[in-house]
Design a protein around this ligand. Sequence first.
Ligand code: CP
Length: 334
Amino acid sequence: MSSKATNTSPVNPQIDDAGHLRHFLTIEGLSKTQLMKLLDAASVFIGANSERRREQANLLIGHTVVNLFFEDSTRTRTTFEIAAKRLGAAVINLNPSRMSTRKGETVLDTVRTLEAMDTDIFVVRDSASGTAHLIARHVPPHVHIINAGDGRHAHPTQAMLDMYTIRERKGEISNLTFAIVGDILHSRVARSQIAALKILGAREVRVIAPATLLPTEVERLGVKAFTDIDEGLKDVDVVMMLRLQLERMEGQLIPSTQEYFRCYGLNQARLDRAAPDAVVMHPGPMNRGLEIASDVADSERSLILSQVTNGIAVRMAIMAQLVGAQGLQEIGAT
Ligand code: CP
């Protein structure tokens, strides 16, 4: 059972009335201080020696984490499981193809059923935007909801591990220019990345995509939009590639996948237009030869596997802070 049990703020449903993070649903509405606190806590989990590892393994003892993934996932689900186990929690992974939602039970009744088994944290992924928010509005104060990706809306823990990875490799985010490239229209990752980069004070955030894959509101997010990748990549410090989300596309938004790679795929020649020490990121799963060339994905400038590794520490920090785990201060993670 969580050590905190308060109501959420009417202004921001993620924050409780004592100002603590209660759920982790979206980056929007969080402060720079709150994001930095999570990133600093994650660095404690990354650098842990064996003694610290033993201390960390007590932080969520007695807690239960349920991974409720109604949409496919490899890295998010697995890193949440590893993170929760490293903190000492019991972890349950539910398989939607074997669940009673298939017999007509609603998601909220499923959550209530699991709550009755003393679940403390639900990690939720769904193809519908807003599912994690809906659940968060209906759980009692001691239960915490983490959004592991909802439709096109948000993927806040991905954005946090991306921020961690950038800081680790490139230092201060405020000194850097970013290009987010690809299917911006359907990307919950892009939305959360843009929100995090703006809050952390990135020098400049660009988005690069064909006009059909740019949302109409994109410039209102405070980014510069480019349809020419060679122009958009000029002198950027960080290139953040996105997967082409063919499964979310309605109608034909690109002429063909070959044409897309020819016009928007990241290859070495295009990367050469970025700053000489620019790095390349991709949230995964990546499609080699569709949005990114293999030699770029596997190059020394690629941070793609570091993103995966850092996901464990970032998710440990988020879960531990949500439940207000006793012992966080002692290990320097508050
Ligand atoms: N980045 C990401 O969400 O990957 P998965 O779909 O494998 O979890």
